[in-house]
Design a protein around this ligand. Structure first.
Ligand code: TRP
Length: 472
């Protein structure tokens, strides 16, 4: 009732930038980026990550924006509109499937961060003995009930925002939550870098030690660039589809890529100086946020205050990402099956929450149940991040690089045909990025000689291009 079928649009350019940045900035920035940086030796890893963002992340983001904005359609129908005869739209179906999988376990991890926020406020977290943090975290994720209650709470918030629609839900909340996130993160960073002994952590982030890099570091950096910028799943196609024609896409893609990267770096400066100053382990891995940081806050004056705002800000970051993941299937189901937004959001949110519950239980009571050697949680994470996203990204690259007419792609991206920047973008899209994405993909599948395969792929494309077989 009262829901119009007219397609919604963002209210302002700033609103769109904040919403897209909200999608990009999430658990990937604050939970994952610091721990993989810690595991891969710090600043040298950051340098390759920056390169990955520039040569793979940015070109794909611009491609997703242009597909969405040009067609004003969801992740599946946008491909159908641009290429009715060919099966490119399959990329969109993969994206919708990936959205179900990613959001189901994302909601579980976000639930943990809500638990920690609550425990920090109530004083229960920091009253533990420092040696108990690992067991405390283990007990939480293995508990049959508690993580599910928090996961459901998180999913209810996500659904509530998406129910509000593009402008009154997603955009409005992004405008409130993103500035708040930045302020909270800056407070924690300022505390961290002013601690006595913080300089060791600052050096860790700024003085490159290339000997700490392994070949895997390059793949981790590339894969993470994808996840962190919310690429390969049609999220940015969907958000781009609510844009009007008078926004300039290249500058929008630059703003979002830069915002995402800057927040990841600030998160690094909020975490490592404190970790080093207080003598904790920088390479602690996935437990860095949940098992190491509470020990850091415990030793700080006003620790409860800082722990609360820190875990609270992680919840905020996760929330603005979760809404963007849910919006992908919501847009698809409302457009394809003519469902109302209310119906689509509630049904899809419900199903995703159920899958998430199974993922959560698979880390506790259902731990014995595995699919191809992994529990449900790990399997959802693995298949989506290592197969569906890189494959989706690869198809998006190839579609804009080769499937669309050069002139059409340039126009849709707001480049004039003689733009140097546009030509560099197109070259990267065609010949550089696909090789790299293929590399990540093959590595994930454990294909040996992946590097060789990727190089052969790139060289083949350059030849085909020079011979005039592909391209314009
Ligand atoms: N980018 C978000 C993060 O860093 C997660 C995310 C949101 C995402 N939408 C996505 C990841 C789409 C992949 C695809 O946490």
């Amino acid at each position: 009732m009262g829901e119009t079928k007219k397609r919604e649009q963002w209210g302002s350019k700033l609103g769109f930038i904040l919403a897209a940045s909200g999608s990009a900035i999430g658990l990937g920035n604050i939970w994952k980026f610091p721990y993989i940086t810690g595991q891969n030796g710090g600043s040298a890893f950051i340098i390759i990550y920056l390169i990955a963002i520039a040569i793979v992340g940015f070109p794909v983001m611009l491609s997703e924006f242009l597909i969405g904005r040009k067609t004003q359609k969801d992740a599946v129908n946008s491909f159908k509109a641009l290429s009715p005869e060919k099966p490119w739209f399959f990329t969109g179906y993969m994206g919708v499937a990936a959205a179900f999988m990613i959001l189901s376990f994302y909601g579980v991890v976000a639930g943990w961060t809500m638990t920690y926020t609550w425990e920090a406020v109530s004083g229960n977290l920091l009253s533990l003995d420092a040696s108990q943090f690992p067991d405390h975290f283990g007990a939480l994720i293995g508990d049959p009930v508690k993580p599910i209650l928090w996961q459901v709470a998180f999913m209810v918030l996500t659904v509530a925002i998406v129910l509000g629609g593009v402008k009154k839900g997603i955009e409005r909340w992004s405008k409130i939550l993103m500035p708040l996130l930045l302020i909270l993160l800056l407070i924690v960073m300022f505390r961290s870098i002013t601690l006595e002994g913080a300089s060791a952590g600052i050096d860790f982030l700024l003085k490159p030690d290339f000997s700490a890099l392994t070949p895997t570091s390059f793949l981790v950096a590339l894969g993470h660039a994808f996840f962190s910028l919310s690429l390969g799943m049609g999220t940015m196609i969907t958000y781009g589809s609510y844009l009007s024609k008078d926004e300039k896409l290249p500058s929008a893609a630059i703003s979002v890529s830069v915002a995402d990267t800057v927040i990841a770096l600030i998160a690094g400066f909020a975490i490592f100086p404190a970790v080093f100053a207080l003598g904790m382990e920088a390479g602690a891995g996935p437990g860095l946020l949940f098992m190491t940081l509470p020990g850091v806050f415990q030793q700080l004056p006003l620790g409860t205050f800082f722990a609360t705002i820190f875990f609270g800000l992680v919840v905020i970051a996760a929330l603005t990402s979760a809404i963007s993941i849910l919006e992908v299937p919501v847009a698809f189901f409302t457009e394809k099956y003519n469902w109302t937004r209310t119906k689509a959001t509630i049904i899809l949110g419900f199903v995703i929450t159920l899958v998430g519950m199974a993922a959560s239980l698979s880390m506790g009571p259902w731990g014995g149940f595995t699919i191809a050697g992994k529990n449900i949680f790990d399997q959802l994470d693995w298949v989506s991040a290592n197969i569906l996203l890189p494959l989706g990204g690869l198809f998006i690259l190839l579609f804009v690089g080769f499937g669309m007419k050069l002139k059409e792609a340039f126009e849709a991206a707001d480049f004039s045909l003689d733009s140097k920047f546009g030509k560099t973008w197109m070259f990267t899209l065609r010949f550089v990025a696909p090789g790299f994405v293929l590399l990540v993909f093959l590595n994930a599948l454990g294909v040996t000689g992946a590097l060789t395969a990727a190089i052969i792929w790139s060289i083949t494309l350059v030849f085909l291009y020079l011979l005039g077989v592909i391209g314009d």
